[in-house]
Design a protein around this ligand. Structure first.
Ligand SMILES: O=C(O)CCC(=O)C(=O)O
Length: 267
């Protein structure tokens, strides 16, 4: 009897558009709350050499160390934290697989000024971004932010290095092993290492998380200068595929959007 070969998980590449070809109305009708998109031509792609300058400007940087050395969940159960006034980019880059480090911080004003945010504001037609939730993320290769969703419109600006995102719409929620509120918050999933195997060894994922067979993920490997938009309620897992520097810039849903959130976001 031939052994049945499991069907692979099919995935769709996240569409990529140039900012100069993206009007406010196209963003609104095609992408806003509907699907992820990479926008190129907003974010400067030459900030690698400035990283050391950038982290010297950080006021109260915190470095996280994951107990399993891979999955960074902002919770004492999974990570320890230390303040990191003395950290250098080399400390993070060379941490490698022995002890990965993930630095998170608020974004210094002059770094914010160089990010091209006025153009994003125009395309997304946003009154103001959520300044208090903007974050700078500097990670060793191999750091993972496990699968979860946010209640804001989210953008991640990839400033240096590379990151892999796997993204699912809220329609896939039942297949994504969401926590039940007791074993973790309901906006987080128990599934792990999806991005690591999605394109190469999907059977590894399916053995552990068989329901993923019935999902429709998007996949993207972000390069410096890419800006990724992720709609509210869309699940995403983020893997740093090299040492990586990113900034996240969220904005609130409108009252109208909040009034019709999908069921999985109601709690
Ligand atoms: O870059 C990361 O590790 C996580 C970013 C994230 O979860 C987000 O953009 O919402």
């Amino acid at each position: 009897m031939p052994v049945p070969v499991p069907a692979p998980i099919t995935y769709t590449p996240v569409p990529i558009v140039e900012a100069k070809n993206l009007s406010e109305s196209t963003f609104r009708l095609k992408y806003r709350s509907r699907k992820p998109v990479v926008i190129r031509g907003i974010v400067p792609s030459d900030l690698w050499f400035k990283q050391e300058d950038i982290i010297k400007k950080l006021k109260t940087p915190t470095v996280m160390i994951a107990h399993d050395n891979a999955n960074f969940i902002d919770n004492d159960k999974y990570v320890s934290k230390r303040s990191a006034e003395d950290i250098t980019v080399a400390d993070i880059a060379q941490a490698s697989s022995k002890q990965r480090l993930y630095l998170r911080s608020i974004v210094p004003e002059d770094v914010k000024d160089g990010l091209g945010l006025p153009l994003l504001q125009e395309i997304a037609n946003v009154g103001s971004f959520k300044d208090d939730l903007m974050r700078l993320w500097l990670s060793s290769a191999g750091c993972i932010t496990p699968l979860h969703y946010d209640r804001c419109h989210g953008t991640l600006l990839q400033l240096a290095g590379t990151k892999r995102f796997v993204i699912f719409s809220g329609d896939d929620t039942r297949q994504l092993y969401p926590c039940d509120g007791l074993n973790g918050p309901t906006h987080a999933s128990r599934a792990r290492y999806i991005g690591r195997h999605l394109d190469t060894q999907p059977s590894t994922i399916l053995q552990q998380w068989p329901k993923l067979r019935d999902t429709d993920p998007w996949l993207v490997d972000l390069q410096p200068g890419d800006l990724l938009y992720t709609p509210p309620g869309f699940w995403h897992e983020v893997t740093s595929t090299s040492v990586s520097l990113s900034v996240t810039v969220p904005w609130d849903m409108t009252a109208q959007e909040i009034a019709c959130v999908p069921a999985h976001m109601a709690f």
